[in-house]
Design a protein around this ligand. Structure first.
Ligand SMILES: [Fe+2]
Ligand SMILES: [Fe+2]
Length: 294
């Protein structure tokens, strides 16, 4: 990671942001590959030492993602007054997050985006969904603005009401000040029953940030994919039914349609960018403004 001023292990325990995504793959292995892979139980073993950095990452995330913290980050970032650049420059900017300490490692951020979008395109989905694939992790630039890993990636969850035990490592919420705050620690907390996710504040991270960046430009189903792609307690575990409205229930299918492309599209063979560039240039021109504001 290049945000050196924040890269001490205590603040940023993950070797790279990819460690979180690798852990997701262990939690939710590709059903198509599972038959030939190692026994399922080994995927579920979070106590092995290899998982320690991920555990520590979630401890920080669950301790510090309070309702107040989310409000503060929304004020700080949703004015989009930090930077403005053409979209292709934004991909270069995002790629500054490449983890260059590990020579045989993962593809850069742009390759993950391109592999996700290409897998969506191969399966014949609408072009706006291809664009979701291309843009969905752009919000990780928050790291380059100095945000710690726990405020950028990781599973997201509602703040301002009781935490579900379907969220990974629920025991770490005991250290969160909101856990003992009677305003926030009841089933509904500050929300009305079935108020709809649009009225719920999620923990701060790259999902909400890219959703806010794209919200005037893409269809509603695309916006759900962006906004809730890390909300695993909902789209994989079925939690928070009591906050959902019919619109959320209707949109869930889109979030679930997108998720496997995010998790299972990694391949070691990078797509040939030179061949693909004209298609993506036209796609971006169709939906997005010439520059992106951060
Ligand atoms: Fe993501
Ligand atoms: Fe992703």
């Amino acid at each position: 990671m290049q945000n050196n001023q924040f890269s001490t292990k205590e603040i940023n325990p993950l070797g790279s942001l990819d460690e979180w995504e690798d852990d997701l793959l262990e939690r939710y292995p590709d059903p198509e590959k599972i038959a030939t892979a190692k026994a399922t139980e080994s995927y579920r073993n979070y106590e092995e030492p290899a998982r320690d950095t991920v555990r520590e990452f979630y401890r920080l995330n669950h301790t510090y993602q309070t309702h107040d913290f989310v409000m503060e980050k929304r004020r700080q970032y949703l004015s989009f007054d930090k930077k403005e650049m053409p979209i292709w420059d934004a991909f270069d900017f995002l790629n500054e997050l490449v983890d260059d300490s590990d020579p045989d490692t993962d593809l850069d951020q742009f390759q993950h985006l391109l592999q996700t979008s290409e897998a969506i395109r191969r399966d014949g989905h609408p072009d706006w969904m291809v664009l979701v694939g291309l843009m969905h992790d752009m919000g990780k630039v928050l790291c380059l603005f100095g945000e710690p890993q726990w405020a950028v990636v990781g599973d997201t969850f509602p703040v301002g009401c009781a935490y579900s035990d379907k969220i990974i490592y629920p025991e770490f919420f005991k250290e969160n000040p909101d856990f003992n705050n009677p305003l926030y620690n009841t089933k509904y907390g500050i929300y009305e029953p079935n108020c709809g996710l649009r009225n719920v504040h999620m923990s701060w991270g790259h999902d909400e940030y890219i959703y806010q960046m794209m919200k005037d430009h893409l269809p509603e189903s695309a916006l759900y994919m962006l906004r809730y792609h890390s909300f695993y307690a909902w789209h994989r575990e079925g939690a928070y039914e009591h906050l959902l409205d019919d619109h959320d229930r209707d949109m869930l299918q889109w979030v679930q349609l997108f998720n496997p492309y995010d998790l299972y599209s990694k391949c070691p063979e990078p797509p040939d960018w030179k061949v693909l560039k004209p298609y993506y240039t036209a796609l971006i021109e169709k939906y997005l403004p010439r520059t992106l504001k951060f």
